[in-house]
Design a protein around this ligand. Structure first.
Ligand SMILES: NC(=O)c1ccc[n+]([C@@H]2O[C@H](COP(=O)([O-])OP(=O)(O)OC[C@H]3O[C@@H](n4cnc5c(N)ncnc54)[C@H](O)[C@@H]3O)[C@@H](O)[C@H]2O)c1
Length: 331
């Protein structure tokens, strides 16, 4: 029987790719999808039958301690990805971000501690660094939380560190930089541009075109999770690892590149409602992921153009595009 691992946020963008990666690596996955009245399993519903054969889907909620305890029981490792992730929505509903990203993480840490689970991979984000003060950003860069989202994620990170220090909980924190690929929601810039072009629009509405990001293809992100989830404990436990490419591209350059790859003349229009408060906008993020490479051998396999190619193919498929609302501002 294959080794059992548990994943929170498994029905989401990165979680569904991670579930596939874990099954391909020989694991059985107990996958939490957030409880909802439609009995929707999100992106897990689109995985191939071969993969789903090794996946036990449970509906639950990380805000509920009992729900988390049932999820992780008997698992050799827990990958905790469930979170509220949109920065604009965190301006509107900050309490729900604290409930999900801070209290939810506390519930996962407690369950892992009480049940003696051998490994927890906690998910952070590059947003916790705020606008880069030095580049590339190493894990020693100061934390500067410029949005309620970033603050709630940093709160979860600090709890994870404290559980390792206080109880020896075997937690490792992965801090991915901006991830993109098939299945990402239209809240992120790459699906926003590709989705609008795929739907036939040529005047693309965006927020500020100046911020730069280090875009990591989702398969590489999933392999970074696998790397820290399976590395020997003395190499990773109690540590935080960036996952990024070290490359940097601005939102404006990115939109132009997507236009070129999709063979479309694009006009970019700035949309006021997408502009973030100046002090909240993170202007520059670029990763130094050498710690992760040194500890696990991980490195990205996709460059930006190849990753965009796969993402464009996904959004050009009408069945996939039909799942999105390309005509509105998705927060
Ligand atoms: N997408 C990125 O660029 C990026 C970068 C760095 C870090 N991250 C982190 O990666 C993780 C996954 O993000 P994603 O981009 O796949 O987003 P996503 O929104 O697709 O996935 C998050 C999942 O968490 C689930 N969830 C939310 N609240 C929950 C709750 N109370 N109980 C159970 N499940 C709940 C959602 O249903 C969703 O499927 C998050 O922790 C995010 O902070 C993402």
């Amino acid at each position: 029987m294959n080794t059992l691992v548990a994943v929170t946020g498994a029905e989401g963008f990165i979680g569904s790719h991670l579930t596939e990666t874990l099954v391909a690596a020989g694991f059985r996955v107990r996958a939490m999808a957030q409880y909802n009245s439609f009995s929707s399993y999100g992106w897990l519903e689109t995985l191939s039958p071969d993969v789903l054969d090794q996946v036990e889907i449970v509906l639950g909620d990380v805000r509920d301690p009992g729900s988390v305890q049932q999820l992780v029981e008997g698992a050799e490792a827990v990958y905790h990805l469930a979170a509220l992730i949109a920065i604009p929505y965190s301006y509107q509903a900050p309490h729900s971000y604290v409930d999900t990203n801070v209290t939810g993480t506390l519930n996962v840490l407690e369950a892992v501690r009480r049940l003696g689970i051998p490994r927890l991979v906690h998910t952070s984000t590059s947003e916790t660094y705020g606008t880069a003060r030095t580049v590339p950003i190493s894990e020693d860069h100061p934390i500067n939380t410029q949005s309620p989202y970033a603050a709630s994620k940093a709160g979860g990170d600090r709890l994870a560190d404290s559980y390792h220090a206080s109880f020896g909980t075997p937690v490792v924190t992965l801090r991915p930089f901006n991830t993109f690929g098939p299945r990402q929601s239209m809240r992120a810039v790459i699906p926003t541009v590709i989705g609008q072009v795929a739907a036939g629009t040529r005047t693309i509405t965006l927020g500020d075109p100046r911020p730069t990001r280090d875009f990591l293809y989702v398969k590489d992100t999933a392999h970074a999770f696998l790397a820290v989830g399976t590395a020997p404990a003395d190499a990773v436990v109690g540590r935080t690892f960036n996952a990024g490419t070290g490359g940097e591209v601005s939102v404006g350059e990115l939109a132009a590149l997507i236009g070129k790859l999709m063979g479309a003349e694009l006009e970019i229009r700035q949309d006021e409602q997408r502009i973030r408060p100046a002090a909240s906008e993170v202007m520059r993020l670029v990763a130094n992921a050498s710690r992760l490479r040194a500890a696990t051998g991980w490195g990205p396999e996709y460059d930006l153009e190849r990753g965009l190619g796969h993402t464009i193919d996904f959004f050009r498929n009408p069945a996939n595009l039909a799942r999105y609302k390309t005509g509105i501002y998705n927060i």
